[in-house]
Design a binder for this molecule. Structure first.
Ligand code: SF4
Length: 335
């Protein structure tokens, strides 16, 4: 059953400052904050269209939900509550330093079941350089409270931030694995015009790592999360013409996740061949993958096929096989 969110954006509501990379009005393509009536209207419309609400959540995204002025937070929650009772509940995203016991109790009474924290990094230096205003310890403390109170916990991380390195981002992913949230979203940084990060980029002070390197780094993180059975619910900013128009650099790609999964396949196929034939690569291999993974195994513009031909002199034929698990492969033995 496919999960869906009825997304209600509260751009920058509750934010104490603007983080270096953030412009929620561009990301959400929304300038104003929703009212009680807006929330009801969005829910009514969505409920008319969704036939099975059992996997649907009402999601307040785009701000620091638990830091918005209390009367406004209650206004939004009261508007959503009757609908939350008819679907899976409410999901919110917020800052790690805006969580306390009283807040969690209140959220539960209104039907909130999942809380996502914008962690971005678990390196205090990177957090400070990007104006986050919280520490890695805040992420750990808030995560612990959220889990203890029985909410689903999600962490959002942003590899490639100003001041980060492949090592610091890898350490962040490892720290996330230790915290072990239920879900993770990976948003490789997108440099938006009009943000402090955009200014650093234009001044040449901040130079993001090469795009292809970031694809490899995120693929490695994904493997780590999958090994820990942490559900990866998003990789890359959602595709939007607003983001595309305002991106100065960084890692905006409408199919970033697919790029990373193709990179994962590169490693999976290489490992399968080496396990079978050592480093004696044959001229041709027939590789079976799950039917839903054919394009990922081949790669955009057939880049995986080119990679194996150029590096190992081998031609791959990718074929569908229902019995092969997603993101794995099986070498088909020739008779
Ligand atoms: S990243 Fe989160 S806390 Fe920072 S400005 Fe954006 S919405 Fe606010």
């Amino acid at each position: 059953m496919k999960h869906s969110n009825i997304a209600i954006f509260v751009p920058h509501a509750g934010c104490r400052q603007k983080c270096s990379f953030c412009d929620q009005q561009t990301i959400t393509a929304q300038r104003s904050l929703p009212s009680h009536a807006d929330v009801r209207c969005i829910c009514e419309e969505a409920f008319r269209e969704i036939s099975d609400l059992s996997q649907t959540e009402i999601a307040f995204f785009g701000g620091s939900f638990t830091a918005v002025p209390h009367p406004y937070m209650v206004e939004l929650l009261e508007a959503a509550q009757p609908y939350a009772q008819r679907c899976r509940g409410i999901r919110i995203s917020t800052r790690p330093d805006a969580i306390d016991g009283g807040m969690l109790h209140m959220l539960r009474t209104y039907g909130v079941r999942a809380i996502e924290l914008g962690a971005q990094s678990l390196d205090d230096r990177v957090l400070e350089l990007n104006g986050r205003g919280h520490t890695a310890a805040d992420v750990e403390r808030a995560s612990e409270m959220i889990r203890r109170e029985g909410f689903e916990l999600g962490l959002q991380i942003m590899p490639g931030l100003y001041g980060s390195t492949p090592e610091s981002d890898r350490a962040t992913a490892e720290a996330v694995c230790r915290i072990h949230p239920d879900t993770v979203r990976i948003y490789p940084v997108v440099i938006l015009d009009g943000t402090p990060l955009g200014e650093l980029f234009k001044a040449g002070t901040y130079q993001p790592r090469p795009f292809a390197d970031m694809v490899g780094e995120v693929a490695e993180m994904m493997l780590g999360f999958m090994a820990e059975k942490i559900r990866i619910i998003k990789v890359g900013l959602h595709a939007s013409e607003f983001v595309g128009d305002h991106a100065l650099g960084g890692y905006y790609h409408p199919a970033f996740r697919e790029l990373c999964e193709s990179r994962i396949f590169r490693g999976v196929i290489r490992a399968a061949v080496i396990a079978q034939d050592g480093m004696k690569w044959k001229d041709v291999y027939k590789i079976a993958v799950h039917p839903g993974c054919i394009s990922k195994a081949i790669g955009q513009r057939q880049e995986n096929l080119h990679y194996f031909y150029e590096n190992y002199g081998t031609r791959l034929y990718i074929i569908p096989d229902q019995t092969v698990a997603p993101l794995t492969c099986k070498i088909v033995k020739e008779n």
